[in-house]
Ligand binder design. Structure first.
Ligand SMILES: CC(C)(COP(=O)(O)OP(=O)(O)OC[C@H]1O[C@@H](n2cnc3c(N)ncnc32)[C@H](O)[C@@H]1OP(=O)(O)O)[C@@H](O)C(=O)NCCC(=O)NCCS
Length: 138
């Protein structure tokens, strides 16, 4: 079946959770915390999805100002549909929605490090993270 790509199409919390589980990204996301997952899918402001009929098979979920930076929070393709160019296409469509100065920032899952390098990303040693349980030092 053909893959149809949609920009900012509605995605239910159940569809989102189900896809993350089917892609394996669910192992690294709080899929048991429904409130958090609902907040993630309903508050992102650029979501590109891949569909086979009405089945969600891929997602690129970003938070962005559309001009300077976008954070690609989740990139996931259903395991049975991986390695067919869907992940790359989701990112191409995402990038096409953004201004020419917009820079992509993400945190890779360990298994995806080589993927991002392969499709053209560079590793930035100046990227810093404040872990969830850590408060800003006063
Ligand atoms: C990572 C992921 C989104 C990639 O999506 P995909 O649709 O399978 O990838 P694509 O088919 O677009 O791959 C594009 C190219 O990268 C290559 N590639 C795929 N995975 C790779 C890897 N781990 N390392 C190096 N290259 C990889 C593909 O072979 C393809 O090469 P080609 O164009 O020469 O044929 C998908 O595998 C996935 O959902 N993985 C589990 C969840 C995950 O880790 N997400 C990333 C979280 S940061």
């Amino acid at each position: 079946m053909d893959i149809e790509y949609r920009i900012n199409a509605p995605v239910t919390t159940d569809q989102f959770i189900d896809l993350l589980v089917r892609s394996t990204l669910g192992e690294r996301r709080p899929v048991q915390d429904r409130q958090c997952m609902e907040g993630m899918i309903s508050n992102s402001n650029l979501t590109v999805t891949a569909w086979e009929g009405e089945t969600l098979v891929g997602i690129a979920r970003s938070v962005t100002d559309f001009h300077y930076a976008y954070y690609l929070s989740d990139l996931a393709v259903c395991r049975s549909r991986q390695d067919r160019g869907i992940g790359r296409q989701l990112q191409i469509i995402t990038q096409n929605q953004l201004g020419p100065r917009c820079k992509l920032i993400l945190i890779a899952a360990p298994s995806a490090n080589s993927y991002y390098e392969y499709i053209g990303f560079t590793n930035n040693p100046r990227c810093w993270v404040l872990e969830r349980a850590t408060r800003i030092r006063g």
